[in-house]
Design a protein around this ligand. Structure first.
Ligand code: ARG
Length: 405
């Protein structure tokens, strides 16, 4: 592809032009106190309000001339194509819990659906009572509160199931069982949607676990990858091998993070708001380390661990990375980190979307010269994700040259 490519992302902060979002829908209505843990939500969201909040988020982006693509619409588009429908149905019916009889019934049910209804099952799942499955053993012995097809409430966080590196898409390999099927949908979209015809891949769901929330494009050619609850060391090593092979990066920084829910991805503790500035959770700012991985004849070579901020600045070719703290005091910092105060989405250098509730962090950002576009996220945040998690940038302008002093 050329200069005029419609898909290219080389940094976290270059002017955002196109983004993929998922407007939450019926899949959130599936959440109950019984299943929310397994489905990775910390509270039961008020769905109508979550949709309003999401619409306001999308509008804030459009107001800054960002093109917003919706995952559901792209999925419905591709489900018009027979071969894409077949793949989608084959993938969703490949479930060992079912047995042949239930599988045949589900397949029949799905084959009769139009693209809208099929997309809806693929995203919101299929409840026991929604299928008239006759008297087969598997169906009858199933707990009626269980799903035949599990819903995907975390699809809202489009950052994780695919991520763009240069002109290539990485369709990721999600670690949590509740989310694995998400990348079957992004895979389908990138494989069949005319908008993405000819796009090459740099990662695939069959590879080692890697989630987009762990991947930060610190600067053109420099990628940080969090290694923790979601991305494994093998996933980071594989990513390095893939990006070196494709000529997409010269340095990958593997950054170990605590294997906890609060820090499930690197972007829960650190996001970029300028070419040389990050908002970061203070308790980790000094302790975070990075293993610098470089390419020696195409093979990843790993150096000794060093402080993340030093290793990052050096790889990026800046004198230092400016640090903006989450919160003011340790307790506020912990609360605001939990509520995704670190999880900002840069629309351009020094212009970022953030949840309004993180009052202290947003004040710190403004104090440091960052313009903050505040959105409400009381319901959206119940799945533990902020503006960065909820967005997959597809096109950004190249970032302006990073200052060297
Ligand atoms: N990039 C992120 N931080 N994504 C947040 C994902 C939240 C989602 N409920 C999960 O637990 O997987």
């Amino acid at each position: 592809m050329t200069e005029t490519s419609e898909h290219r992302v080389t940094s976290e902060v270059g002017r955002l032009r196109t983004v993929l979002l998922h407007r939450p829908g019926a899949e959130l209505k599936r959440l109950t106190p019984r299943n929310s843990d397994k489905l990775l939500f910390d509270a039961i969201p008020w769905v109508g309000r979550a949709q309003e909040e999401h619409d306001a988020f999308a509008q804030a982006l459009r107001d800054r001339d960002v093109e917003v693509l919706y995952l559901t619409e792209l999925l419905q588009d591709v489900l018009e194509f027979e071969h894409a429908r077949e793949q989608a149905i084959a993938r969703v019916t490949d479930d060992r819990r079912w047995g042949d009889r239930l599988r045949a019934i589900v397949r029949d049910h799905l084959c009769g659906q139009d693209p809208e209804d099929l997309a809806s099952v693929l995203i919101a799942g299929l409840a026991h009572e929604e299928l008239k499955a006759g008297h087969g053993l598997v169906y009858r012995l199933m707990d009626p509160a269980d799903f035949i097809v599990d819903p995907l409430p975390s699809l809202l966080f489009t950052r994780d199931s695919s991520t763009w590196l240069g002109e290539r898409v990485a369709v990721t390999s999600l670690a949590m069982p509740a989310r694995r099927r998400e990348s079957a949908l992004t895979d389908l979209i990138y494989r069949h949607h005319p908008r993405f015809a000819g796009v090459e891949r740099v990662y695939d769901p069959s590879l080692e676990h890697l989630e987009g929330g762990d991947v930060l494009l610190l600067a053109p050619g420099v990628i940080a990858v969090g290694v923790g609850e979601r991305t494994t060391p093998a996933g980071a090593e594989r990513l390095a091998r893939q990006v070196f092979g494709a000529g997409l990066a010269r340095t990958v920084l593997a950054v170990p993070i605590a294997q906890q829910r609060a820090t499930m991805h690197l972007d829960t503790i650190c996001t970029m708001v300028d070419v040389d500035a990050v908002v970061m959770y203070p308790p980790v700012a000094d302790s975070l380390t990075a293993y610098t991985v470089t390419s020696v004849d195409g093979e990843p070579r790993t150096g000794e661990p060093r402080p993340f901020l030093t290793a990052a600045a050096e790889a990026m070719g800046v004198a230092r990375l400016r640090l903006i703290d989450t919160g003011l005091d340790p307790v506020t910092a912990e609360r605001e980190q939990w509520d995704d105060g670190n999880n900002t989405l840069a629309v351009a250098p020094r212009l970022a979307v953030a949840y309004e509730r993180n009052v202290e962090t947003n004040a710190q950002l403004e104090h440091a010269g960052i313009e903050v576009i505040r959105i409400s996220g009381s319901e959206l945040g119940s799945g533990r994700g902020g503006p960065r998690c909820m967005s997959c940038p597809i096109l950004r302008d190249p970032p302006p040259g990073a200052p060297t002093a």
